[in-house]
Design a protein around this ligand. Structure first.
Ligand code: ZN
Length: 345
């Protein structure tokens, strides 16, 4: 779960649309590429950001066969004109669908939506379903609007109806302008963003009204689960502020949504497991980016967890989140090795 990929060739959408800092790729002599945001350099990426075989081989080293792929959040482009974001989403989603079609044993795709326009977002969500994607990745806020805003509810409602999973990824981090130094938007802003999204979905009543909606919070839920005691206490001591749209204790929702395992910390993952249960924690990596778990769960194997717990994290939780069956995969020997627990019972 939770890996990022781009098409190898990205058209220059800024030229095409005539405005905006849409991301485009400049391929370098040495095989890398520069992601450019307008004239500004955004990030240098390697072939493992776009090449399916390179990625499969790198994953193989960590005994992992299947990657759930989605675009890179900087591609969301919620700031753009909605029609243009729809066109960009279609381009990215078609690429993801093609990839999962060409490599059904290795890739499962999550689309992206023009969330700035609910009607267009729903239309693209329906199209994602038709082209074989299993869900979508959306931002933790949409142009600074929280996910509890009524305009987003029909999108969540459609996702529940269409049986499409929703992954929430932090982006457009709060406080970006005032904390550019020390990578703080990534280290401080991202975990807070994910908690912002979780609290918005809970206090706004989205999860209450859509009990079948299958939501995954990135990075083990960010700061939401570690600060749940505070969140719950706030709900109890100031219901006049907190419980105005949903009168259910936030702790009730723990274990109903899914999280990934990206914690870099066995003790934190233990705590997350104690709250969520192993059926709601999925092996996540954030591959191929340096802040991710690039040993793809090696630390989990060293944690001395019960075999059935490991199997849930490495396979069952994600299968249930995506609502697919294990039988669709013909597991290679390396995966059988990693999931040897299942054969021993
Ligand atoms: Zn990510």
């Amino acid at each position: 779960m939770h890996t990022h990929i781009l098409p190898k060739n990205l058209p220059n959408f800024a030229d095409k649309f005539g405005y905006g800092d849409f991301i485009y790729l400049m391929h370098n002599q040495d095989g890398s590429a520069n992601m450019m945001q307008g004239d500004k350099f955004f990030r240098r990426i390697q072939p493992n950001c776009w090449d399916p075989s390179t990625r499969i081989n790198e994953y193989e080293q960590f005994k992992t066969q299947v990657q759930v792929v989605c675009t890179i959040p900087v591609m969301f482009s919620y700031w753009a004109k909605a029609q243009d974001a729809k066109a960009l989403s279609e381009f990215l989603n078609d690429d993801l669908a093609q990839l999962s079609h060409d490599y059904p044993q290795n890739y499962l795709g999550l689309g992206t939506l023009p969330m700035q326009d609910a009607d267009l977002a729903i239309a693209e969500l329906e199209r994602c379903k038709e082209i074989g994607l299993l869900g979508v990745q959306i931002g933790s806020n949409i142009n600074d609007k929280n996910l509890s805003e009524p305009e987003f509810f029909p999108i969540f409602e459609a996702a529940q109806e269409l049986d499409m999973a929703i992954m929430i990824h932090p982006w457009n981090m709060m406080g970006m302008e005032s904390m550019r130094k020390y990578w703080l938007p990534w280290l401080v802003g991202m975990p807070a963003e994910t908690s912002r999204a979780a609290c918005s979905l809970i206090f706004g009543g989205v999860l209450e009204r859509l009990p079948q909606l299958r939501v995954c919070l990135s990075h083990a839920g960010g700061s939401f689960l570690p600060t749940l005691g505070r969140v719950e206490h706030g709900y109890n001591c100031r219901p006049d502020l907190v419980a105005i749209h949903n009168n259910v204790n936030p702790r009730q929702y723990v274990g109903e949504f899914w999280v990934d395992s990206i914690t870099h910390d066995p003790k934190l993952l233990d705590y997350i497991l104690s709250m969520q249960g192993s059926k709601r924690v999925m092996l996540g990596s954030d591959y191929p980016f340096p802040l991710g778990d690039l040993e793809i769960g090696a630390f989990i194997e060293e944690m001395d967890l019960a075999p059935n717990v490991v199997e849930d994290i490495f396979a069952n939780a994600a299968l249930e989140w995506l609502n697919i069956d294990k039988s669709r995969f013909d597991l290679g020997s390396t995966d059988k090795d990693r999931l040897r627990v299942s054969e021993k019972g």
